[in-house]
Design a binder for this molecule. Structure first.
Ligand code: SF4
Ligand code: SF4
Length: 379
């Protein structure tokens, strides 16, 4: 299997339309993927209500460029997302408004999805899950185009094309999957199943401004200046990880896809990769290569994992007591009865949903002393 990944430089979002078009031309052009009359579902990354310049969500200029290109090819566009938090029409409208999606679609014929129905889809080929709830607009589409953002992620280390598809799972079911699959490897294996189930036709990555550090919402903006496209979400993630200087085995979605033979040989077209690699791209504080411990006996390994695991910690000076963290916490490990959140460490599954969805960036990542010591020692 050979997969092509295009990489194109993009100085800023005023050049997004040109860069997106170039990235698609390098992998065969939009006509290869979208035929006249196709129902095309565009799935941006709209994880939560964030302004475009916060570099958390797919930029509206980028989204608009893709809408226009698909329309030119004769596709009928629907934009859909199941963001973090509640999944209802009011919540969707608020996300669309804050993320600039109304502006992106203005003057186009694209419709913005407000239908919150979903279907439980059987997926017998799944390794970790045999069925998944998927939002109906995704299932109704002939073509699915995913628009991930290049960012780090506190739980999965990296969020890109494969992780973006978690937003095809409706609202609270995301929490249920986190709860059921509370181990990072199992969760990432489920994400690979989800990608194989949804089978996006194309992934086009907004890597103009990304996020480093404690992503996907509480890190720092980082200029990367690229747009990438591929028919393979897995191949695109592999190259994106290379650019932000992760080894493939450090990111469980990429490692899992590689082990399942889903990546194959990757041919990059456009810009050469080597000069684009950012050696000092800051990883999340929770990122720690526990695979290095696998040679330990299982009992010691389990103890080491527990002792080394990073945990969420509330910054009470920044916290406003809104309760969003408690509402999104899959195992209900956060108590708000005193007005401010208190985390029950025994219940916490370290999914970092609270960190992802806190609007005040008040959930920090706490690394135990041993964790910090080990990282220093192993570097
Ligand atoms: S979501 Fe953030 S601001 Fe709101 S209660 Fe939780 S920690 Fe505090
Ligand atoms: S406290 Fe935060 S990290 Fe722990 S389970 Fe709840 S949402 Fe996940």
């Amino acid at each position: 299997m050979q997969n092509k990944v295009s990489v194109v430089k993009c100085a800023d979002y005023s050049h997004a339309a040109k860069a997106v078009r170039e990235s698609l031309d390098l992998i065969g052009g939009i006509e290869k993927y979208v035929k006249k009359g196709d129902r095309v579902l565009i799935k941006p990354n709209l994880v939560s209500r964030k302004k475009p310049d916060e570099a958390v969500t797919t930029h509206p200029a980028f989204l608009r460029a893709v809408i226009e290109i698909v329309e030119e090819a004769g596709g009928k566009v629907t934009v859909a997302e199941s963001p973090g938090g509640p999944y209802n029409a009011a919540a969707l409208k608020a996300v669309y408004r804050m993320c600039g999606v109304y502006d992106a679609a203005e003057g186009t014929s694209a419709s913005l999805n407000l239908d919150t129905s979903f279907t439980e889809v059987s997926f017998d080929e799944g390794k970790t899950v045999k069925s998944l709830p998927i939002i109906n607009p995704v299932l109704d589409a002939d073509v699915i185009i995913s628009l991930p953002k290049l960012k780090t992620h506190a739980m999965t280390s990296y969020t890109g094309a494969v992780k973006n598809l978690f937003g095809t799972v409706p609202g609270t079911y995301k929490a249920e999957l986190h709860f059921r699959l509370d181990d990072r490897k199992a969760f990432c294996s489920m994400l690979v199943d989800l990608c194989e189930c949804v089978k996006p036709t194309l992934s086009i990555m907004d890597g103009v401004w990304g996020m480093e550090g404690n992503g996907p919402t509480a890190g720092q903006n980082r200029y990367i200046g690229i747009v990438m496209a591929s028919a393979s979400a897995h191949a695109l993630d592999k190259i994106a990880c290379e650019i932000i200087d992760y080894a493939p085995y450090e990111v469980d979605t990429v490692r899992e896809a590689e082990e399942r033979g889903l990546i194959g040989t990757v041919e990059t077209v456009g810009e050469p990769i080597e000069p684009l690699i950012i050696r000092d791209f800051v990883k999340p504080e929770s990122h720690f290569n526990l695979l290095k411990l696998l040679s330990l006996p299982p009992a010691v390994n389990a103890w080491a994992k527990a002792a080394l695991a990073s945990r969420p910690k509330i910054n009470y000076d920044a916290c406003v007591g809104c309760g969003e963290c408690a509402r999104c916490c899959p195992p209900k490990a956060i108590d708000m009865s005193g007005g401010k959140p208190v985390i029950d460490k025994r219940k916490c599954i370290k999914c970092f949903c609270c960190q992802e969805l806190c609007p005040q960036k008040a959930v920090m990542i706490h690394r135990p002393f041993l964790n910090r010591f080990m990282i220093k020692f192993l570097k």
